[in-house]
Design a binder for this molecule. Structure first.
Ligand SMILES: Nc1ncnc2c1ncn2[C@@H]1O[C@H](COP(=O)(O)OP(=O)(O)OP(=O)(O)O)[C@@H](O)[C@H]1O
Ligand SMILES: [Mg+2]
Length: 277
């Protein structure tokens, strides 16, 4: 991982997002480095989901470029985009599973879409992915309505991993889970990321999730990235959003937990260099 630290798996170049009179992103540049877990945080309406959708080619910025694995999502051709889509997986916050499909069919869907695998291989792959997220094969024929929130998240993750992506997007992965389930899901994400060497972009409001998983955090506020760095680095940044974010009980605990490591200087909101050292 270290030797590729400056390779951008995702790069935003001078990105602007404007809806009518509202500027959401003002000239943002960002490099998501290979192998890292980068978290996007920011107040409601700061443009986190919009940015995630732009990275997934579901939405186009008003201006600027979005590159994934070095390919532009803006000016690249559609065939290239289809190939790129198979290199990432997404766990959406809402509708983590198709409610009309069984667990098995949910995880099988991306594999079937390839139109290249026979039924026996699909079966083996689905069972393997379910195993990877701690779901026994006996649950495969169940419908989502018969499952707990924690199981649904795990199966959503299995589906996101079906095509063995190099890049994983997580939108509020622990929202709606009780603290125990949230903690065990965080542990699972950390294990899988290590095992598969994934690059992860995550949007989260949850401090525990943020502190446990993030290598770096990008703080979206005032239409820009106002701070980017490790949790302890951004915790030291002087911005109202950050001060408020760490103010509650959980925030104070999180700061306590990282205090021993020493709070680093806040990292300026300039994008990390894309060049070598
Ligand atoms: N298609 C659209 N048309 C007009 N305005 C939009 C559109 N999509 C997003 N917005 C506006 O852009 C801003 C950013 O929205 P976005 O959903 O990205 O915020 P967010 O950071 O994800 O917020 P939250 O934490 O509440 O999910 C909001 O003010 C939203 O109303
Ligand atoms: Mg959002």
């Amino acid at each position: 991982m270290a030797e590729c630290a400056t390779e951008c798996v995702i790069e935003l170049r001078n990105l602007w997002t404007v809806f009518g009179p509202q500027v959401v992103h003002r000239d943002i540049s960002l490099c998501v480095q290979r192998g890292e877990i980068l978290s996007l945080v920011g107040g409601s309406g700061s443009g986190k989901s919009t940015m995630l959708r732009q990275m997934l080619a579901l939405e186009r910025p008003t201006r600027g470029d979005v590159l994934v694995f070095g390919h532009s999502l803006i000016s690249g051709d559609p065939a290239e985009l289809r190939r790129l889509r198979n290199r990432w997986g997404v766990l959406f916050q809402e509708g983590a599973l198709y409610s009309a499909l069984s667990v098995f069919e949910n995880v099988a869907t991306p594999l079937r879409e390839l139109k290249a695998l026979d039924e026996g291989l699909i079966r083996d792959l689905v069972i393997l992915k379910l195993e990877m997220v701690g779901i026994e094969a006996k649950h495969a024929e169940k419908m989502p309505s018969a499952l707990s929130g924690g199981m649904i998240k795990r199966i959503g993750l299995a589906r996101a991993l079906a095509l063995e992506p190099e890049l994983l997007f997580l939108d509020e992965p622990t929202a709606g889970l009780d603290p125990d389930r949230s903690e065990s899901f965080v542990t699972l994400i950390a294990e899988i990321r290590r095992e598969l060497g994934l690059t992860v972009v995550m949007v989260t409001h949850d401090l525990d999730t943020l502190v446990s998983l993030s290598d770096r955090v990008a703080v979206l506020a005032d239409q820009q990235i106002v701070a980017i760095g490790s949790v302890r680095q951004i915790a030291g940044a002087a911005h109202q959003f950050i001060t408020n974010f760490f103010q509650g009980e959980r925030g104070k605990r999180a700061l306590e937990a990282i205090k021993d490591m020493g709070v680093g200087a806040p990292v300026a909101a300039t994008p990390p260099t894309t060049q070598g050292h």
